[in-house]
Ligand binder design. Structure first.
Ligand SMILES: *[C@@H]1O[C@H](CO)[C@@H](O)[C@H](O)[C@H]1NC(C)=O
Ligand SMILES: *[C@@H]1O[C@H](CO)[C@@H](O)[C@H](O)[C@H]1NC(C)=O
Ligand SMILES: *[C@@H]1O[C@H](CO)[C@@H](O)[C@H](O)[C@H]1NC(C)=O
Ligand SMILES: *[C@@H]1O[C@H](CO)[C@@H](O)[C@H](O)[C@H]1NC(C)=O
Ligand SMILES: *[C@@H]1O[C@H](CO)[C@@H](O)[C@H](O)[C@H]1NC(C)=O
Ligand SMILES: CC(=O)N[C@H]1CO[C@H](CO)[C@@H](O)[C@@H]1O
Length: 402
């Protein structure tokens, strides 16, 4: 309910009042200047060895169909430097549920780009990384100050869209935003260059270009050219490439009536030479981004859709995970959301309980998740399968007691 109210206020252009979970939302220039001067920014580093890579860099672009993306000369240039993922899927439409799914293992019925807040008791990959001492940061182009929790921040010169909360997965989770030291790692892309200069890049990072650079308000040509100009100098930079795996992908396809397949590209010095220039046709989706990190660093799971997701095979080659075939993909579209707490029509929905019994290739549910949820009577629907539900094939409740 609170999320809906805030969304209404936000779309009406009314400043959203401070609440417990959104202390840092000011966008008036004097307030931004003040917040910028005092906002805490952290740049943690660590050197936890992974089985296939020591650093994972995720870059998301916007709303482009597979063929159009691969047809872009700059993205095609990048694809030649690495592995083309030719069966990579978004999990629904529109943007925001895809972003939240990529770190939390579900989207809880979200079918909108509202000013949503995911409850504090929902864990994300950030909990798993921190528990193992693996440093992380998000770099969001044109975010006005570190830890900004507002709905959007417009370009101050031309009034165009710049930074938007819906493309910032971590800030949408209260389990992240309730902690100042976590907010301090959600920062402007300008800090990427500062961290690079100081040899202080983290081991996991999520990079969101602004609404122009990522293609949202422009075209794949702009997105492709931004991405190449961002990555090309980094390909030979030892401060960035130090057993690094980069994933470039898109949140969703642009044509809603079709399958939600997007382009994925894996590159970086963690890709073995023999795999450069190849195509990997296994099925992946945004949950693979979590599963791959878990496999690489031997992390436990969130007990949600992350458990069944395929690990990128180039990583699986080193961890022993084998990508599974998807049964009946031609009948799945992933183009609309199943019901849940964040659906426009939530109708009594509850957060499903993680499936605490799931195990996958030796990985079981994280202790934090287990402790939080063990007494819950909420429904469980995570079944550990690769074939996750979509709006046309909604989740089936397995039990209320797992
Ligand atoms: C954020 O980035 C923009 C350019 O991308 C820059 O103009 C602005 O000053 C930056 N803000 C901070 C706090 O670094
Ligand atoms: C978005 O970022 C690019 C650089 O990456 C910058 O040139 C542009 O001014 C930014 N904002 C808008 C609204 O285009
Ligand atoms: C590369 O990684 C190794 C071990 O993970 C670390 O000791 C070294 O300092 C890193 N090099 C750079 C340039 O960051
Ligand atoms: C999803 O795709 C199916 C098959 O094309 C179509 O029937 C359905 O209307 C689509 N859903 C949306 C929201 O476009
Ligand atoms: C998590 O929070 C939601 C919303 O407040 C609540 O419905 C649910 O029961 C909580 N789960 C647990 C295990 O506390
Ligand atoms: C699977 C896939 O690529 N889905 C669609 C994304 O959109 C383009 C353009 O409409 C279609 O050609 C694809 O089939």
């Amino acid at each position: 309910m609170r999320a809906d109210t805030l969304a209404l206020l936000a779309t009406a252009g009314v400043a959203v009042a401070q609440s417990q979970t959104t202390m840092y939302t000011a966008t008036r220039s004097a307030d931004v200047a003040a917040a910028r001067a005092t906002a805490k920014t952290l740049s943690p580093t660590s050197h936890v060895k992974g089985k296939a890579f020591d650093r994972f860099v995720i870059i998301w672009l916007e709303n482009t169909d597979y063929d159009l993306a691969l047809g872009d000369p700059n993205l095609a240039w990048l694809a030649k430097k690495g592995i083309t993922l030719s069966n990579y899927f978004g999990v629904t439409h529109p943007s925001e549920p895809n972003y939240v799914a990529a770190i939390g293992g579900d989207y809880w019925g979200m079918d909108n780009d509202n000013f949503n807040f995911i409850d504090k008791n929902i864990s994300t990959v950030i909990d798993l990384l921190e528990a193992r001492g693996i440093s992380w940061s998000e770099y969001q182009e044109d975010m006005p100050y570190s830890g900004f929790e507002g709905f959007q921040y417009l370009n101050q010169v031309n009034g165009k869209n710049d930074y938007v909360r819906k493309h910032n997965p971590a800030v949408i989770y209260d389990s992240v935003s309730a902690e100042t030291d976590r907010l301090a790692k959600i920062k402007n892309l300008t800090y990427f260059y500062e961290d690079l200069r100081h040899n202080a890049l983290p081991q996991w990072m999520f990079i969101t270009p602004n609404m122009t650079s990522d293609g949202h308000d422009t075209t794949v040509t702009v997105a492709g050219s931004w991405t190449r100009s961002f990555l090309e100098p980094l390909l030979d930079d030892d401060r960035f490439m130090n057993n690094t795996l980069v994933l470039v992908t898109f949140d969703e396809n642009a044509t809603y009536a079709k399958q939600n397949r997007v382009l994925g590209i894996l590159l970086g010095d963690a890709v073995p030479c023999g795999r450069v220039g190849t195509t990997d046709p296994n099925f992946y989706n945004h949950y693979s981004e979590i599963a791959t990190v878990q496999a690489n660093w031997d992390l436990p799971t969130l007990g949600r859709w992350d458990v069944g997701a395929n690990v990128f095979q180039v990583v699986g080659d080193a961890t022993g995970d084998q990508a599974r075939p998807y049964a009946g993909l031609d009948r799945r579209f992933y183009n609309q959301s199943y019901p849940g707490v964040f659906n426009s029509n939530p109708a009594g929905a509850q957060y499903p309980k993680p499936n605490l019994c799931l195990k996958r290739d030796g990985r079981s549910v994280a202790p934090l998740v287990r402790d939080t949820w063990k007494g819950s009577k909420n429904p469980v629907y995570y079944d550990g399968r690769l074939e996750v539900p979509d709006g046309l094939n909604p989740p089936v409740v397995l039990s209320r007691r797992r």
